[in-house]
Ligand binder design. Structure first.
Ligand SMILES: Nc1nc2c(ncn2[C@@H]2O[C@H](COP(=O)(O)OP(=O)(O)O)[C@@H](O)[C@H]2O)c(=O)[nH]1
Ligand SMILES: [Mg+2]
Length: 337
């Protein structure tokens, strides 16, 4: 049986092989992914991002366990759950994977759960492309909920988080006085803000800081005295009509998780009723096509570029007879059809 058909029949080994093929950009894997693409589109994608150590993996394990048992949307019952852990901060295979696997031990072994850790990709954009492909494959394989953990650090991770239907930005008390997410500028991608480690002192303070930051970004909901133009805050609301909530959880004590799941379900329902899910899917499709297009154009460029032309241009740049920008102008002008 071919790979795509085996994946559709729920063969986990075939799925794992497909995901490896996608990560290695093996043409057979990528072809199977294209074959599977029409079968996808049902999954709810939940992005979980935030600074290292705030408890994302632990929280994802808790969320996964609850959702696996009770579903995500009200009254759905048990569903298949997948976790995709994107951790580019560990370039060496093994470390991050083991770390995440261990905290996922509650979930591992359940045939309705699939956990995948993404290895860091050397090439620029490779991580985002591989993650998009992985999520597509899991969606087609029938995982109704896909939890995507990313470290809220680089552009690629933010890009990945933005392709989720619902994005959680996780924060924890006791990581310095400032709330890291505010400093990192990732509040704007949050549909829901989570203060994890609520069992530790300082959680109330972190929640207060986040609410204050949100109030600055969403003044229309908090200030009736100014015209809307004047109230335009720094945080562009990702989804019209949705005001991010701030919720406490403790992955350690397993508290706050059902309330968080309710909030996610409310956000998903809001996406459906407001028509925003469609807009989100368009944005996701654009991101994915652009990521692949960029790769294809770079490959195409390198295939057409004669090495001696490149070397000659670089020499001129070294001698300061032309600027790097002028070199690129020359190299691409000669190539234009
Ligand atoms: N006290 C407390 N510790 C937690 C909680 N959640 C995670 N941790 C601990 O925080 C550390 C980092 O957790 P991890 O899930 O790996 O964070 P990540 O880097 O954001 O994925 C680990 O030592 C966890 O045991 C929590 O709710 N309360
Ligand atoms: Mg983690």
């Amino acid at each position: 049986m071919d790979l795509a058909a085996a994946v559709l029949q729920g063969d986990r080994l075939a799925l794992a092989r497909l995901l490896t093929g996608i990560e290695n950009e093996d043409p057979r894997g990528l072809d199977a992914l294209s074959e599977l693409y029409p079968s996808g589109g049902q999954a709810d994608r939940i992005g979980v991002t935030g600074p290292p150590g705030c408890g994302k993996s632990s929280l994802v394990a808790r969320l996964g366990a609850h959702i696996r048992r009770h579903g995500l949307r009200p009254g759905t019952g048990p569903v298949k759950v997948a976790v995709v852990a994107v951790d580019p901060s560990s370039p060496f295979t093994g470390g991050a994977i083991l770390g995440d696997r261990i905290r996922m031990r509650d979930l591992a072994g359940d045939p309705g759960v699939f956990i995948r850790s993404m290895a860091s990709r050397g090439a620029l954009g490779g991580l985002a492309r591989a993650t998009f492909g992985t999520v597509q494959a899991l969606d087609a394989a029938g995982y109704a909920v896909i939890l995507i953990e990313t470290v809220g650090a680089g552009q690629a991770e933010v890009e990945i988080a933005r392709t989720a239907h619902t994005t959680l930005v996780v924060e924890a008390p006791g990581m310095g006085d400032d709330v890291q997410a505010i400093k990192a500028g990732i509040l704007e991608i949050a549909d829901i803000l989570v203060v994890n480690k609520a069992d530790l002192p300082g959680a109330e303070n972190a929640m207060r800081q986040l609410r204050a930051a949100l109030a600055l970004g969403y003044p229309a909901q908090n200030d009736g005295h100014h015209p809307p133009e004047a109230q335009a805050g720094k945080l562009p609301a990702g989804v019209p009509g949705w005001v991010p909530e701030v919720l406490p959880t403790s992955a350690f004590k397993d508290t706050g998780v059902p309330d968080l799941i309710d909030a996610i379900a409310r956000h998903l329902a809001h996406l459906d009723t407001s028509g925003s899910r469609e807009a989100l899917e368009r944005r996701r499709a654009l991101s994915e096509v652009e990521a692949l297009l960029e790769q294809r154009l770079v490959e195409w460029f390198h295939a057409k570029l004669a090495e001696e032309d490149l070397q000659a241009a670089v020499r001129l740049v070294v001698e300061r007879r032309i600027s790097p920008r002028q070199a690129v102008g020359r190299l691409t002008a000669e190539m234009a059809p």
